[in-house]
Design a protein around this ligand. Structure first.
Ligand SMILES: Cc1ncc(COP(=O)(O)O)c(C=O)c1O
Length: 362
């Protein structure tokens, strides 16, 4: 990163990097992302790509453009807290749809769509907070339902490249038949899905570079909204990200992350299997950063948290990921951030707390 930054500052590009820039984003970066999206099965061009300051800004811009107070918005149960915060401000009325180990349940989604829905928000890969991935069969079903009801579908995918086992699945956007049939060389002009990608988990979150890929009309609306918010995403940050991506650093870095995170996930799962009480269950994510723990129904993860924190081990109680309430007995664990020694220490302490609180199976 230091070398790339020095290259940028030493070259003719330095004055561009430090100047104002068009709202849509740095063209070489947009072109590179359009090519990546094409490789994932989405026939698009740079005109379909808007660079944003993190995916969080894409989420916010879409809320600004799409949502009026009282609009009903479908989310997975549970879902990403940052989405609830961003769209809650625009007055969205969240409708949570049931999920299982294969992601959102199409029959439940179909039933929820009867209610007059303005948008659907899904995290298809290694979901935050559960770590669950939507299966290929369900991806097709979910996109078909969004098409049938003409409801915009936000596909938030910050974790897709962090896969530790199994084959990558095409993004929801690639299942949108109208996108695929649009084909050709021009930009995508039709379709229901807006894909949100981010460099936060594959490069670094501090530079705040992400992108939205969608049909031209929605990208134009988002661009107008962004102009009013921050004019454009940091030119320097975009050019630096382009530099490190094009010289292959991000691919090497992601390969390294995958190796380290896989080992941490495996360690955490192994220790949980060995030490957690029998009546506690959890997900086995094939990628991403998180796994999701279910305590016996009668327990409150907030109370467990109070005890755990006294032993210097923290987790995220699950309740805040449920906009309609519920989830009191759930919690989210992160396996990517801590070194293996700390994971071991943390899980052992948590296991001790749980063993004291959770009544043994009789
Ligand atoms: C599902 C999801 N969407 C969006 C974001 C925000 O990411 P960014 O850093 O790109 O704004 C996160 C961050 O954790 C996330 O988990």
């Amino acid at each position: 990163v230091k070398e790339a930054a020095a290259r940028l500052m030493d070259g003719e590009q330095a004055t561009v990097a430090l100047q104002y820039h068009p709202t849509e984003g740095y063209l070489p970066l947009r072109q590179m992302l359009a090519t990546q999206m094409q490789d994932l099965g989405v026939p698009c061009t740079a005109e379909n790509i808007l660079i944003t300051s993190g995916s969080q800004q894409s989420i916010d811009l879409l809320g600004k453009v799409l949502i009026n107070p009282g609009d009903k918005v479908i989310v997975e149960k549970p879902t990403f807290l940052g989405f609830l915060q961003a769209w809650g401000i625009y007055g969205a009325d969240f409708v949570s749809v049931e999920t299982d180990d294969d992601g959102i349940i199409p029959e439940s989604l179909a039933a929820a769509l009867q209610q007059g829905i303005k948008a659907i928000y899904l995290i298809p890969n290694f979901q935050n907070p559960t770590g669950v991935t939507i299966s290929a069969k369900r991806r097709a079903a979910v996109v078909a339902l969004a098409d049938q009801y003409g409801v915009p579908l936000l596909e938030d995918d910050p974790y897709g490249r962090l896969r530790y086992e199994g084959d990558a699945l095409p993004p929801l956007m690639a299942y949108d038949v109208r996108h695929v049939s649009a084909g050709g060389d021009g930009p995508l002009s039709e379709g229901n899905v807006v894909y949100l990608g981010s460099f936060s988990k594959t490069f670094c979150p501090g530079i705040r570079i992400a992108w939205a890929c969608g049909p031209t009309e929605i990208i134009k609306l988002m661009t107008q909204a962004k102009q009013g918010s921050d004019l454009h995403t940091s030119t320097f940050g975009q050019m630096l990200t382009y530099e490190v991506a094009r010289d292959g650093f991000i691919d090497v870095h992601v390969a390294r992350l995958i190796k380290a995170y896989r080992a941490r996930r495996d360690l955490m799962l192994h220790l949980m299997d060995k030490h957690f009480p029998e009546n506690v269950s959890w997900t086995h994510p094939k990628g991403g950063l998180f796994l999701w723990v279910r305590l016996p129904e009668e327990l409150d993860a907030q109370e467990v948290f109070q005890t755990a924190i006294k032993r210097n081990v923290a987790f995220v109680p699950g309740q805040s990921f449920f906009p309609d309430g519920g989830g009191k007995n759930t919690l989210r664990l992160n396996f990517s951030n801590a070194y293996p020694e700390l994971i071991e220490e943390g899980i052992l302490r948590l296991a001790e707390v749980l063993s004291e609180i959770v009544a043994p199976v009789s």
